[in-house]
Design a protein around this ligand. Structure first.
Ligand code: PXG
Length: 441
């Protein structure tokens, strides 16, 4: 059997994603092993995982239930097409997911990532509008600072300038709502800020501009990778009402907020707003095998499928849609979420987590702290003329002290596995506080 190399001797061939390749390769940090709440580096150091990998290992690392399900499935059947054929695990996984989606969203399309889920959801929205005789609805609305992955659809609807600027004009017929980041009104709010519901009214402005040509609006209920933007009270409700009023589909990108992160199975439940379509990935398999999915309202499925002529109803899909290993992992992951009530654990830990996050108030350069569920954003004053530098240095200090955090711009994002105990949170926030202090010294 081939051993996994602990110390690769050639770092050049792997063009690393979203990475400063030159800086990384001149001073690499390698992870070798993971278990429970921790990673272990290739030189054997423990690093407490304050970010659930990349917001995805919600049930904690190395869950035997998931690993064994994958092993069993690999031994029985490595691959089976889901184009015109099928296999039991994919149907089982879809049915299990549908048990936890908001009422009606019980048709599940499988993808391999959050990016593919975003593009799939947008395509389904367009196909739906066309199938119901509204083929003029070709416009897709996103939001500034939204992140929906890196495919052309999700990137176009997404609103992160840095991610877009290298790639030309992107999709036509896309427009954006304003973002909801407003520390001048909401700094140090616990949970959903009272200020900002009116920002949703920008959708009415876009309807005035574009008339009945809008197919769908896609937003993250809580925006994660853009720096933890918690939805203002009433904001998502207003978006929902405007979508209903104007025949527009509402898509929630729940790639981060799905699978317990906000203390409910999906974020929709926590915020009390039901979208028409939900995209997911990450926690769906606890990240043990890549998989994404799109949960679609039955009405949309029936409109596209039942009204189509005999034959293929939706010309879309991936070789690996519902891949047996991923489907087996998803079934096991959903079972873990239910069996261990991971959303309930997150809910029970939220108060302690919130207090710990807000205990950083008053530390040097901390200009905002925001939180919801087991997500916290800690915003630092950027260093003059050197944006991101302060946060990156805090990241390195934490990593060297045995805690993994995530930074975006000068915002630190924390999203520990939902199995975190108080002692882990103490260590994560204690180490972070030290690092922020040391960086100011
Ligand atoms: N939607 C949302 C809301 C996401 O957060 C994607 C789509 C894309 O998923 P894939 O599987 O294609 O990467 C994401 C991914 C970070 C970070 O540090 C966040 C993501 C990915 C990598 C890093 O915030 N989110």
């Amino acid at each position: 059997m081939n051993e996994i190399p602990v110390r690769p001797n050639n770092l050049e061939a792997f063009w690393m994603p979203f990475t400063a390749n030159r800086a990384y390769k001149s001073s690499p940090r390698l992870l070798a092993r993971a278990e429970g709440m921790a990673y272990y580096t290739n030189d054997g150091r423990e690093v407490i995982d304050g970010t659930a990998g990349l917001w995805c290992v919600n049930a904690g690392h190395g869950r035997r239930e998931i690993t064994e399900a994958i092993q069993r499935q690999a031994a029985v059947m490595d691959f089976a097409p889901t184009f015109q054929l099928g296999h039991p695990a994919a149907f089982q996984a879809a049915a299990k997911i549908a048990e936890h989606t908001p009422a009606g969203l019980d048709r599940v399309f499988f993808t391999n990532s959050g990016s593919e889920s975003a593009d799939t959801a947008l395509k389904i929205a367009l196909a739906y509008q066309r199938a119901r005789g509204e083929s003029q609805r070709v416009r897709l609305i996103g939001r500034e600072r939204g992140y929906h992955g890196v495919g052309f659809g999700g990137l176009s609807v997404g609103g992160i300038g840095a991610n877009r600027k290298q790639f030309g004009a992107l999709l036509p017929y896309v427009d954006h709502l304003p973002h909801t980041h407003a520390p001048e009104h909401t700094a140090f709010t616990r949970g959903q800020p009272a200020w900002g519901a009116h920002l949703a009214d920008a959708l009415a402005g876009l309807v005035a501009l574009h008339g009945d040509t809008i197919a769908a609006v896609m937003v993250e209920p809580l925006a994660g990778s853009t720096g933890v933007l918690v939805p203002p009270q009433g904001y998502l409700e207003r978006l929902r009402a405007l979508c209903d009023q104007h025949g527009i589909l509402l898509i929630f990108d729940e790639v981060i907020t799905g699978f317990g992160r906000l203390g409910t199975f999906f974020g929709a439940e926590r915020v009390g707003v039901a979208p028409d379509i939900i995209t997911m990935a990450k926690g769906l398999t606890n990240a043990a095998v890549p998989m994404g999915a799109v949960a679609v309202h039955d009405r949309i499925y029936r409109t596209i499928v039942d009204q189509a002529p005999a034959g293929i109803e939706l010309f879309h899909g991936y070789t690996y849609s519902g891949h047996p290993l991923a489907a087996a992992a998803a079934v096991a992951a959903v079972d873990l979420h239910v069996g261990e009530d991971l959303p309930g654990r997150a809910r029970a830990m939220e108060g302690y987590f919130e207090d710990a996050a807000h205990s950083l108030k008053g530390l040097p350069n901390v200009i905002d702290i925001r939180n919801m569920g087991l997500v916290a954003g800690i915003e630092l004053q950027p260093r003059a003329g050197k944006p991101t530098d302060r946060a990156v240095r805090v990241f390195h200090r934490c990593f060297d002290a045995g805690v993994l955090i995530r930074t975006t711009g000068d915002i630190i994002a924390l999203s520990p596995p939902l199995v975190a105990e108080r002692s882990h949170l103490d260590r994560i926030f204690g180490t972070l506080a030290e690092a922020i202090r040391a960086e100011a010294a």
